[in-house]
Structures are given as structure tokens and as C-alpha cells.
Ligand binder design. Structure first.
Ligand code: PRP
Length: 180
């Protein structure tokens, strides 16, 4: 049903699984004995975080934080709002933030600074998608799944007006979907 709204697929489900395996292996090596807290930024992080953690083989904890910046459109609003805060302290902990996409970099900069202020030992970012063409902040994620061009994408957690998050791949919407 949703597929009829998709113009093209940019990253297939098979590619996302392969990406998650590669990143999970690297994170496993880098965080051995560090007992990190992996913090997913809701809601977009959910499918990618669920896939990624299957491939991380170390003692780690999973937490979630609600953060919003798009508010329904296709462009980042620039206002980053915390809609659900952490339930745990991250003082003296190694933190790995899990994201679906880094676009302008505003969301990640706000969260990174907040977690550092709260006393995290280290704060790194793993993102399924990196869109460097959208960047307005000086930021490069440590772990990048794949780099995408300047296009608005949906699926695998990413939404347009809260829909399409449940697509099993990353795709580009047909232009008429925005114009309706
Ligand atoms: C999206 C995405 C990132 C952020 C990236 O979240 O999940 O968190 O925007 O954009 P930026 O680099 O320009 O800040 P959104 O605010 O749409 O909330 P969602 O995860 O609930 O979809």
C-alpha cells in the first residue's frame, strides 16, 4: 500500500542489515569493557536501533530520549525540543547516540552538549544516514551507515507527517504526495 507513494528506493532492507552488521562489529570492538549507554533519539531511531543492537556483542544499556525538530514538514525547523527526557543518569558513562539521520546537525549538537554537560565521559554518534549537504552545524558522526544526497527521504523510522516510518527501506516520495 505505501509502496505506491515511493518514487525510488535509496537504501534497501538488505543494505540496512549489512550496514548494521558492519557498524555493530565496529562498535563491539571500540566499546569492549566500556559498558556504554546507547541512547536512541525517538522516534526515528527505532527500527535502526533495533537492528543495530542485534549486532553489538558487549555489555551495554539501552535508553531512549524524545527529541523533535521537523514538526511535520520536509525541512528542519531549527528548534529542537526535548519531548521525553532520560530516566537515568549518564554521569561518568560512555554514551553512544543512535540516530536515523543527521541533516542540519542541530538535533545532535543540542543533545550532545546536554549529555556532556550532565557528565558523560564520552559522547559519540552512530547514524544510519548522513546528509552532509544539509549541514548548518560543524559536526561529523563517528559511525555512519551511508551518505545520502540532498533529498527528503522516508522509511525505516523516517517520516513525512508521521507516516511511512514502517517502510522496511529508505525511499524518496513521489512529489505529488507533498502537493496533496
Ligand atoms: C529527525 C531525525 C533526527 C533529526 C535530524 O527527527 O530523526 O533526529 O530530525 O535533523 P537535524 O540534523 O536537521 O537536526 P524529527 O525531529 O523529525 O523527529 P522524529 O525522530 O520523531 O521523526
Amino acid at each position: 500500500m505505501l509502496e505506491k507513494d515511493i518514487e525510488k528506493i535509496l537504501v534497501t532492507n538488505e543494505e540496512i542489515v549489512a550496514i548494521s552488521k558492519r557498524l555493530g562489529k565496529q562498535i563491539t570492538e571500540d566499546y569492549r569493557d566500556k559498558n556504554p549507554v546507547i541512547i536512541g533519539l525517538l522516534k526515528g531511531c527505532l527500527p535502526f536501533m533495533a537492528e543495530l543492537i542485534k549486532h553489538i556483542d558487549i555489555y551495554c544499556q539501552i535508553e531512549l530520549m524524545g527529541v523533535q525538530s521537523y514538526h511535520g514538514g520536509t525541512e528542519s525547523s531549527g528548534n529542537v525540543k526535548i519531548t521525553k527526557d532520560l530516566d537515568v543518569s549518564i554521569e561518568n558513562r560512555h554514551v553512544l547516540i543512535a540516530e536515523d539521520i543527521v541533516d542540519t546537525g542541530k538535533t545532535i549538537n543540542v543533545v550532545k552538549n546536554l549529555l556532556k554537560y550532565r557528565g558523560a565521559l564520552s559522547v559519540e554518534v552512530v547514524t544510519l544516514l548522513d546528509k552532509p549537504s544539509g549541514r548548518t552545524e560543524d559536526f561529523t558522526p563517528k559511525y555512519i551507515g551511508t551518505t545520502i544526497p540532498k533529498e527528503f527521504v522516508v522509511g525505516f523510522g523516517l517520516d513525512y507527517d508521521e507516516f511511512y516510518r514502517n517502510l522496511p527501506y529508505i525511499g524518496v516520495l513521489k512529489p505529488e504526495v507533498y502537493n496533496n
